[in-house]
Design a protein around this ligand. Structure first.
Ligand SMILES: Nc1nc2c(c(=O)[nH]1)N[C@H]1C(S)=C(S)[C@@H](COP(=O)(O)O)O[C@H]1N2
Ligand SMILES: [Mo]
Length: 437
């Protein structure tokens, strides 16, 4: 225990092996940790007055721009591109989740997947058509939609292929961004789809909706009508501003908790039908194969998942002492109920602090205080959602779902919907490796 901690509060309370502390230590504010962290350099009296005056404190600053961008010192906080030339193949842009905090992904950093590029859509000419098995086919301009009552909801969008490198038979040494960066969370605002469906008058026999985008591939997916009525939204705003072009400007379908691909961007058509269309993206790309050779017919929900973002691969620890373990948990089924963290590779676990309000189908931040003793160790996390579903342990997950035959390219999709654990091995020098436990 450090000298400065003496008398500053209750003694540190360990809840699991290798230095995991009770989450109460975080909630209690700075008292317990005021001295215990010991990472702030002590201020020596002489240096305090006068404060140093660096160059930027001696003259007026820059002109205010109409549109802000991050500090030039944050220039490395960018997405990584799978196809930087943007040729005819799909383009993935992965979000730098290990460099972000909280639960909202800034719009410029929200992941994107574009199967045929970003169409340059003029909102004055774009229309959404609702037709098929309805009483009255309807067409909506963007302006018309903007007059409807709207809702605002915080939800993640995650590609079914996110975390696919985790199917590798050996752990791929890569950042959270490379492993899990096809997932992001935003506050979306738009018109509940049920409003529009009621207006068109859906035939009770129409139990599917085929959603189609206005990009050149006309990406389309079949959506169960029940989901369309439950909580689907025609999203027009993303974190308070109109959608980013790459995220579906001027409007997208938002199906909270359902695999990213179904959230059709540049939405131009919803057709009510009585059977699924079995489109390219649902019959080929997003139907994961099982070890026995069978494939899922549909795999809609992104199940409960968590991973530690800090510390993680690429950011080594600078010596023993106190760290806050910080990570993301989310579930397409509902709210995150609890997250356990282990600092001994899964032998013992402590319950992490969860920051509220906890929204259903949204990123949820967990935090865990930890005192590293400087010896090699493995950090990992495991989440539960409100339905009682839990992240499967890796051995069970791989037994049920299979693994890639050989080490895949980190950008490849050897399979879909990985939701088992992610573990970070820390060696005595503080260097972090991706490991399996
Ligand atoms: N029209 C259209 N919708 C689309 C796509 C697309 O290429 N075109 N990509 C899909 C895929 S594969 C995913 S994972 C999500 C990603 O949403 P985001 O780019 O807003 O993160 O959008 C889906 N909707
Ligand atoms: Mo996707």
């Amino acid at each position: 225990m450090s000298r400065r901690q003496r008398g500053d509060g209750p003694p540190l309370e360990f809840v699991a092996g290798n230095g995991l502390l009770h989450r109460r230590a975080l909630l209690g504010g700075g008292i317990v940790f005021a001295g215990a962290f010991g990472s702030g350099a002590p201020l020596t009296g002489a240096a305090a007055e006068p404060l140093q005056e660096p160059e930027w404190s001696l003259m007026p600053g820059d002109v205010t721009p109409v549109l802000q961008k991050p500090s030039r010192f944050e220039a490395n906080v960018v997405r990584t591109l799978s196809n930087p030339k943007g040729d005819a193949r799909t383009q993935h842009a992965r979000a730098p989740l290990q460099m972000l905090e909280g639960t909202i992904t800034p719009n410029a950093l929200h992941f994107t997947i574009l199967h045929s590029g970003i169409p340059d859509i003029d909102p004055a000419q774009h229309v959404l058509v609702i037709h098929g098995m309805v009483k009255q086919p309807l067409e909506y301009s963007v302006d018309a939609l903007l007059r409807y009552p709207m809702v605002t909801r915080k939800h993640f969008v995650e590609c079914g292929g996110n975390s696919a490198p985790m199917f590798s038979p050996v752990p791929i040494q890569a950042t959270v961004q490379a492993l899990h960066g096809l997932s992001s969370c935003a506050e979306w605002t738009g018109v509940p789809l049920s409003t529009l469906l009621d207006e068109a008058g859906v035939d009770p026999k129409a139990i599917w909706l085929i959603a189609e985008g206005a990009d050149s591939l006309a990406v389309s997916r079949s959506v169960p009508m029940k989901k369309a009525y439950d909580d689907a939204m025609i999203a027009l705003y993303q974190n308070g501003e109109r959608l980013m072009p790459g995220n579906g400007y001027p409007m997208r379908l938002l199906l909270p908790g359902y695999e990213g691909n179904m959230n059709i961007k540049f939405l131009r058509r919803l057709k009510a039908v009585d059977q699924p269309a079995m489109t390219y993206y649902e019959s080929r790309n997003y139907s994961p194969l099982l070890p026995g050779g069978k494939a899922y017919k549909f795999y809609f929900v992104n199940e409960v998942k968590s991973f530690i973002t800090r510390p993680s691969f690429g950011c080594s620890l600078s010596g023993p002492g106190f760290y806050e373990i910080s990570g993301l948990a989310y579930s397409g089924t509902g709210r995150i109920d609890k997250v356990l963290v282990s600092a001994d590779g899964g032998k013992s676990w402590g319950e992490a602090a969860i920051e509220g309000p906890v929204c259903p189908r949204a990123f949820t931040r967990f935090r865990m205080p930890w005192r590293w003793d400087g010896r090699p160790t493995v950090l990992t996390s495991r989440a539960w959602d409100e339905s009682g579903a839990v992240q499967p342990l890796r051995a069970d997950f791989i037994a049920a779902r299979g693994e890639a035959k050989k080490v895949p390219n980190v950008l490849g999709f050897p399979n879909q919907h990985y939701n088992s654990l992610t573990s970070w091995g820390i060696d005595a020098s503080g260097e972090i490796k991706h490991v399996y436990v």
